[in-house]
Design a protein around this ligand. Structure first.
Ligand code: ATP
Ligand code: MG
Length: 273
């Protein structure tokens, strides 16, 4: 399983929307499945935003996670976003979200880890001093700190990243736009890898929040940058894509698998499930 966590430290830079857009673009090659999990301790937004019920969701999953969970039973706690992406929504009530995570984050992480064919993209939301979702973060393959590259968001983000009890090579930035500071400047000034830059695209963001799906949305700058980030992360963390990336790295430069071929392979494998 790959467990990819998006978080923020200050402001509302776009942790939820970035997690959603990356999950939508995440490859399902090689018979793998994907799931968006809302584990924001200050309350979920996806059920409200997309008119879903508050249950099934994190609360029902947390109860089920206390006991052995049949792999297929997990899907009983998921709903579907417009476009079909499966999501486990968090409760909108912040107190409820924080308490369910404080009680069950460890079991949730364990149950997810048992699902060998599943990749999970998590919206952790804003990280405070208390992080009831810490057990999910500890289990993550990577924690991506989403920030607009302003000093007001970068500085708190860097403090949070440094305070997390996980190795540095599991920590990265995801920037929303490159103004006023570029990815290179951020990397040099604050350390940590910059896994990707999501386009600052208010129209694309509004379309995604409005439930748009299909080819018009996929052409938006936001969706294209999220696809590029999903591809980067998948090459590092998606078990099948990682094998393909290793094969790609092994061939001579002039025989390199092009991006188009990579996408074709991913789609082909996915269609051939
Ligand atoms: N890539 C983007 N380009 C432009 N606007 C964006 C982008 N991503 C998010 N936004 C906008 O920023 C606002 C916050 O987005 P979102 O809810 O995803 O942030 P968040 O970090 O999850 O916030 P919160 O801390 O409230 O959970 C929304 O109005 C959204 O439209
Ligand atoms: Mg959010």
């Amino acid at each position: 399983m790959a467990l990819i966590c998006f978080a923020s430290a200050k402001g509302s830079p776009g942790s939820t929307l970035t997690a959603l857009a990356v999950a939508a673009a995440w490859p399902t090659s090689g018979g793998r499945r994907k799931l968006l999990l809302e584990a924001d301790a200050s309350g979920g937004t996806l059920a409200l935003r997309y008119g879903l019920g508050l249950e099934p969701g994190l609360v029902t999953f947390a109860v089920a996670a206390q006991r052995h969970l049949d792999p297929e039973a997990l899907w009983g706690h998921a709903q579907h976003l417009p476009g079909g992406l499966p999501v486990i929504v968090g409760p909108d009530n912040p107190d409820r979200a924080a308490s369910v995570l404080a009680r069950s984050a460890g079991m949730i992480a364990s149950r997810l880890a048992e699902q060998s064919d599943l990749d999970v993209i998590v919206d952790i939301g804003r990280l405070g001093t208390e992080a009831p979702n810490m057990d999910i973060l500890r289990a993550a393959d990577v924690i991506l700190m989403v920030a607009r590259p302003t000093v007001e968001q970068l500085q708190p983000g860097a403090h949070r990243l440094r305070s997390l009890p996980v190795p540095d090579d599991r920590l990265s930035w995801v920037l929303i736009g490159q103004a006023p500071h570029s990815a290179d400047e951020v990397r040099k000034a604050l350390g940590f890898d910059v896994a990707g830059v999501i386009a600052d695209d208010p129209r694309g963001a509004a379309a995604l929040e409005g439930g748009a799906a299909g080819s018009r949305l996929r052409r938006s700058a936001l969706a294209r940058s999220a696809s590029a980030l999903a591809e980067t992360l998948a090459k590092r963390h998606h078990p099948v894509a990682r094998q393909m990336a290793a094969a790609e790295a092994a061939v001579d430069d002039d025989k390199r698998i092009s991006r188009a071929t990579f996408e074709m392979l991913m789609n082909g494998a996915s269609n051939g499930r």
